[in-house]
Ligand binder design. Structure first.
Ligand SMILES: [Zn+2]
Length: 425
């Protein structure tokens, strides 16, 4: 698609989307009215979108469950949700047409990562309310590949299926690809005996080093792709075999990068927070959704010939929401839970660590008189209690460590709420 055609398509689709949300979603109508914006009169150029307010994950949680839907529930044929740890989950819906669009978008991404009709594709993503499993599934069927919906876990069984069913494409998180590689090595099994050619990775931030590891150990070509439930799920952007950034499907999504502090729209190549607007979704359109993901947009043409611009690798999260094992964790809420235990808010810090390719949450709490016991046993049971209490709330069990007063890393006089050690200290 030429740049001019794309611009025209984006304009028309944006116009239709803005009209639709103005008519059908009270949340957006209220927002637009606050700034005196009538899509019919005030939207004449793509850039006019910069006048509109952002939508945040908080807004979506507050509209739980169906308030942001732009169609009546009877037209919705699928519902997904992303985990909220302490807020309401963010619930999204799809019409029949949305599911068709979604399958096509995922099919495009899979084929740019090398998947063809002859492939046997093993989807080791969780199937359920999260969008990963079913999203990829329908895209792979759309291509006509043979789909093995193995879901996550039971690694030895995954490996047996991979061998016996002659899997050619593996879809999973990059860390799970490494878990599989490691298990093969410990079983004395050579991946050379497999038919595997491609690994399509998504679901968590990863590095070039991890890509190299996956490629060397599984004898595959590994590509990156980007999706977020609130916007559609997988299918937003994906790498081609050049492996240099993820082509954004700009005929379906309008992408901006902003400075997360000032909210100023940044230019090509500048790193900031990715903001996405859907152009074709019916049931759950989003306008200027702040993804919280840090990246930049590359404008240079790609050797593969695709004209859609590319996203760089996601370099982390810009707000203080931490994503561990697909669960969003807000440090402040952890503070609330800890405060509830002894009635005072301890000084604490969350640390994400990666052990044996698995992400873990560590919570370091500075001891105080209230949190200090002479007896090891009592100390131990307090730590266990904290860990259980937090696990109940967020859904994963953290490792709680009591540390000396004043020992946590500080910025000025403030303890940094979060350290990410998943990619080294
Ligand atoms: Zn390309």
């Amino acid at each position: 698609m030429s740049c001019e055609d794309l611009r025209q398509t984006q304009l028309e689709r944006l116009q239709a989307t803005l009209n639709r949300v103005y008519r059908n979603v009270s949340f957006y109508r209220r927002r637009f009215k606050e700034i005196n914006f009538r899509p019919e009169d005030d939207f004449t150029d793509v850039q006019d979108i910069e006048r509109l307010p952002f939508t945040t994950s908080r807004d979506v949680s507050d509209c739980y469950p169906y308030e942001m839907f732009a169609v009546p529930l009877r037209e919705v044929v699928r519902v997904h949700a992303s985990s909220g740890s302490t807020t309401n989950p963010r619930v999204v819906g799809y019409t029949r047409q949305d599911l068709r669009t979604w399958s096509n978008l995922v099919a495009r991404i899979l084929s740019s990562g090398g998947v063809i009709q002859d492939d046997v594709i093993q989807i080791a993503f969780g199937y359920g309310l999260l969008t990963g499993g079913l999203g990829i599934h329908y895209g792979a069927e759309r291509i006509g590949a043979s789909v093995l919906p193995t879901s996550v876990g039971r690694t030895e069984r995954q490996i047996k299926i991979m061998q016996d069913f002659r899997t050619t494409v593996l879809v999973c998180t990059p860390s799970y690809a490494l878990v599989i590689a490691e298990r093969m090595e410990s079983m004395g099994f050579s991946p050379k005996n497999l038919s595997l050619k491609h690994c399509i990775c998504a679901g968590e931030p990863w590095t070039e080093q991890m890509r190299k590891d996956i490629e060397d150990r599984l004898y595959v070509k590994a590509t990156d792709n980007y999706g977020i439930t609130e916007v559609i799920g997988p299918g937003i952007a994906g790498e081609c075999l050049e492996q240099r950034g993820m082509h954004i499907q700009e005929d379906h999504f309008y992408a901006e990068v902003i400075d997360p502090e000032t909210c100023r729209v940044l230019g090509h190549g500048e790193t900031g927070e990715l903001v996405l607007t859907t152009l074709t979704k019916e049931a759950f359109p989003v306008i200027r959704y702040r993804t919280g993901d840090l990246c930049s947009i590359m404008d240079e043409p790609c050797a593969c010939g695709r004209t859609m611009r590319r996203l760089t690798r996601i370099g982390g999260r810009c707000d203080e929401v931490i994503v561990i094992k697909g669960i969003n964790i807000i440090p402040d809420r952890i503070g609330d839970i800890l405060e509830g235990i002894k009635g005072e808010r301890p000084v604490f810090q969350l640390v994400a660590v990666r052990k044996d390719h698995q992400d873990q949450l560590e919570i370091r709490v500075e001891v105080t008189e209230q949190l200090f016991y002479d007896k090891m046993l009592e100390q131990r049971s307090l730590v266990d209690f904290m860990s259980k209490k937090i696990a109940n709330f967020i859904g994963i069990t953290p490792k709680v460590k009591l540390v000396e007063r004043g020992s946590l890393q500080r910025e000025g006089d403030r303890v940094k709420p979060f350290l990410d050690h998943r990619f080294g200290e």
